[in-house]
Design a protein around this ligand. Structure first.
Ligand code: GUN
Length: 302
């Protein structure tokens, strides 16, 4: 067992600090550029989780001085209509970032839509060009959740170098990009997924566990090496005994926490960081597009 009590990795607090710094930066750039940064958010249907994320993102934009342009479509919107709106937003000078809230209804092809976003306005860092830049270690827009996880590790001076990181989940939103970022930070990385034969043995080998599946209680205490760093990317809505909805991650927090050295809570861990990175990406795009200096004092390399 770790000698020190486990430390909570406080994403909420770090995200707040990042938002304060961004608000100042935007305030400073506004007279120079003549307009605020702009973020367009496309949401389809009425998925309550997506609606909550979108509300959060819009509120956060308002807090730091980013103009948000919400586009809400009925669940049966066509691929052609969404494509057309993305093309309009690509051409809109007020818009520096465009994001399509995922997941989309089954009749829509999300990957095809992501192709349509101009890479320099790809606030979520999910366009093939930006994912390719990540593979090649070139500067570019980084996927928000993985970049947020890396920033949180940096904040607590938890270097992945020399550590064995096990990423559970292989989505393009989180699993694949975070595995690449950890690899570039000199971790030895294993990717586990639904077809991994012995998930418990795989996760038990990890110094850093990253759970990004979307399945409550997937990671239990018996799967975690004592002293491991546990990053819970899952945000799952469950009902407690009284029928009230609450958010839980992919990790059985109550039982895993005592075995860990550092662990992210849900909520208040990775989720808040995702939003902060989105705002940072949008502001970075704004600076690139307007030839203003981003003057980044933060440690993350772009
Ligand atoms: N759905 C859940 N998380 C995210 C995110 O970070 N970006 C987008 N676009 N959709 C999501």
């Amino acid at each position: 067992m770790p000698l020190q009590p486990p430390v909570l990795l406080d994403g909420k607090q770090l995200a707040q600090q990042m938002q304060d710094a961004l608000a100042q930066k935007i305030q400073h750039l506004l007279p120079q550029v003549g307009r605020p940064p702009g973020l367009a958010v496309l949401m389809v249907g009425d998925n309550p989780a997506s609606a909550a994320y979108v509300r959060n993102k819009e509120r956060a934009c308002e807090r730091v001085g980013i103009a948000s342009f919400g586009h809400h479509f009925p669940a049966d919107v066509s691929q052609a209509e969404l494509t057309q709106v993305i093309h309009q937003l690509n051409a809109d000078e007020r818009v520096d970032g465009i994001l399509v809230q995922l997941p989309l209804p089954n009749h829509l092809d999300a990957e095809a839509l992501l192709y349509e976003i101009l890479p320099e306005k790809d606030a979520d860092g999910l366009h093939p060009m930006n994912l390719g830049r990540l593979v090649r270690k070139e500067p570019g827009l980084k996927s928000c959740t993985p970049a947020g996880v890396m920033r949180l590790l940096e904040q607590y001076q938890l270097s992945p170098q020399g550590k064995h990181a096990v990423v559970i989940g292989r989505s393009i939103l989180v699993g694949k990009p975070i595995a690449l970022m950890l690899l570039d930070a000199n971790a030895t990385v294993t990717m586990a997924h639904s077809k991994t034969p012995d998930l418990k043995a795989t996760v038990l080998a990890a110094d850093i566990v990253v759970a990004a599946v979307g399945q409550p209680n997937l990671i239990t205490a018996d799967m975690v090496k004592p002293g491991a760093i546990v990053i819970d990317v899952g945000i799952n809505r469950v009902q407690d005994e009284s029928g009230k909805a609450r958010l839980v991650g992919d990790v059985d927090f109550a039982n895993v926490q005592p075995r860990s050295s550092y662990i992210t809570p849900v909520p208040g861990g990775v989720g808040a960081m995702t939003v902060a990175m989105l705002l940072e990406n949008t502001t970075w795009s704004y600076c690139q597009r307007c030839k203003a200096s981003y003057n980044d004092e933060t440690p993350t390399q772009r």
